[in-house]
Design a protein around this ligand. Structure first.
Ligand code: C5P
Length: 225
């Protein structure tokens, strides 16, 4: 089977829309691989900090993106992705809003996106892939069989992020998260390269007030066995 014959479910949407949890659960049901592309941008931001690379140095960031030694695996409780950077578990750091903000800054740089594109496409392995992010259905896997755009009100997304952070013991303030989410949404949606936008052929699901399982079921219904 050539790589492009392997089915992909692309799940895009803004921060806190539930993409991570929904993607991991859909993949678990199907026995497919997962790609948390946001985790790639986040870990790159953390690695840049460690290697003392400025978030403005696009060339050095792109080289780092190509060479970075990093491994991803779903957390056992499917609450997110475990990320091992150069042999060290950086998963808790990854969830911090500061990592999200730094990720969003470097994600606007074309050569960084290009370097990560190759790595992202390599996740397309049999029997299938569930990929979540901002541009999975528009840029990385435009031929994905199923495209979903998950969204929810900014208030609810901020609430979810707040709960996630508190649950893992990170101090957070709801009003700050709401502001940060709004800033990140704006930057991600208005950048010139691969902006956050629903693919024309995506099914848009608003998860405001909706629990995870019915969303997972709705996506699984679309998979042809
Ligand atoms: O999804 P998550 O909040 O982990 O993503 C962090 C940031 O990485 C986003 O705000 C966005 O700027 C960037 N990102 C992206 N393209 C993706 C996934 C994430 O630009 N496919």
């Amino acid at each position: 089977m050539t790589n492009t014959n392997i089915p992909v479910i692309a799940i895009d949407g803004p921060s806190g829309a539930g993409k991570g949890t929904v993607s991991l659960r859909v993949a678990k049901h199907l026995g497919w691989h997962t790609l948390d592309s946001g985790a790639m941008y986040r870990v790159l931001a953390i690695a840049a900090h460690r290697h003392k690379i400025s978030l403005e140095d696009e060339t050095a960031l792109a080289t780092l993106a190509t060479d970075l030694e990093v491994h991803f695996a779903p957390l056992p409780d499917l609450s997110g992705t475990q990320v091992i950077l150069e042999g060290q578990d950086v998963s808790p750091d990854l969830r911090r809003e500061s990592s999200g903000a730094a990720a969003s800054l470097i994600a606007a740089k074309p050569t960084v996106r290009q370097a990560l594109l190759t790595r992202q496409r390599a996740f397309r392995q049999a029997p299938g892939l569930v990929a979540d992010g901002r541009d999975m259905g528009t840029v990385v896997f435009p031929d994905a069989a199923i495209k979903i755009f998950l969204t929810a009100s900014a208030e609810e997304r901020a609430q979810r992020r707040y709960k996630q952070l508190i649950d893992i013991g990170i101090d957070a303030k709801l009003s700050n998260i709401l502001i940060e989410i709004a800033e990140r949404d704006k930057r991600d949606s208005t950048r010139t390269i691969a902006p956050l936008i629903a693919a024309a052929d995506a099914l848009v699901i608003d998860t405001t007030g909706v629990p995870i399982e019915p969303v997972v079921a709705r996506i699984l219904e679309r998979v042809v066995h």
